[in-house]
Design a protein around this ligand. Structure first.
Ligand code: KIV
Length: 267
């Protein structure tokens, strides 16, 4: 049955933004209210990132978050969004157990949430998986450069500078059918050259200004993290101290009998 044309961002529209030379914005969200606010602000895509492992669940890296947990949060985000494309991260190791399992897991994400695409960390090494997912009708955003799911092999979060390998990864992802590729913490000159070399939009994080778009973790943008702020982050608000201030003022009002006042009281 044909449904009326929706104004929601689609994968083909997202991919076409590169040719239109329109800078693309992507932010992470993990729950309903934040997804609603981001969507209303006109951001092109929302990523239900496995960064939730660190910023929401409090883990030291992105490895612990499970497929069940990602699906649970993606459902909330999917319910909130009316305009943006919603992309869901495939958690470690949900796409590393063979093509069949990758299709089963990505298929579950699309079936159980209202999200339209998945993201997975990999380039050349995951080309077969990307191809299999795309053949199954599952749009894939690839993720090359710094891959946080490989933190133990990498030995730390470092800027990636191997031009040949990074270029080959991005090219392989595009040839395998990925509709876009995240470039994480890649030297700006290399990211610029990759962006010029591939036909799909490059979405940068810590990879300089010449990518086709930028992605940021929402908690970093809002200044909600109390720990280390990486160099590539520019907080556009400082919400952590404001939250602490609101909470302590409420606590003090309750303690001195000033809350609830007459206005908040029913008779
Ligand atoms: O999980 C995430 O938030 C990400 C972005 C940083 C690209 O992968």
């Amino acid at each position: 049955m044909m449904s009326p044309e929706s104004s929601q961002m689609t994968v083909p529209r997202f991919a076409a933004l590169k040719a239109a030379r329109r800078k693309i914005t992507v932010l992470t969200a993990y729950d309903f209210p934040m997804a609603q606010l981001i969507d209303a602000a006109g951001i092109e895509a929302i990523l239900v990132g496995d960064s939730m492992s660190m910023v929401v669940q409090g883990h030291a890296n992105t490895l612990p978050v499970t497929l069940d947990e990602i699906v649970y949060h993606a459902e909330m985000v999917g319910r909130a969004v009316r305009n943006a494309l919603v992309i869901v991260d495939m958690p470690f190791p949900s796409f590393l157990l063979g093509r069949y399992k990758a299709i089963e897991n990505a298929g579950r994400i699309l079936k159980e949430t209202r999200c339209q695409a998945v993201k997975l960390e990999g380039g050349m090494d995951q080309a077969e998986v990307i191809e299999a997912l795309v053949s199954a009708g599952i749009p894939v955003m690839a993720h090359v450069g710094l891959r946080p799911q490989s933190i133990h092999s990498l030995g730390g979060y470092r800027v990636q500078r191997d031009r040949e390998e990074l270029m080959a990864d991005a090219r392989a992802a595009a040839e395998a059918g990925a509709f876009s590729v995240v470039l994480e913490c890649i030297a700006a000159e290399v990211a610029r050259d990759i962006t010029a070399a591939v036909k799909i939009p490059t979405i940068g994080i810590g990879s300089g200004p010449d990518c086709d778009g930028q992605v940021l973790v929402m908690h970093d943008l809002l200044g909600l993290n109390t720990g280390h702020v990486p160099r590539h982050v520019k907080p556009y608000a400082q919400l952590a101290p404001r939250v602490t201030d609101a909470v302590t003022r409420w606590r003090d009002d309750v303690r001195r009998g000033a809350f609830p006042g007459e206005e908040q009281t029913f008779h």
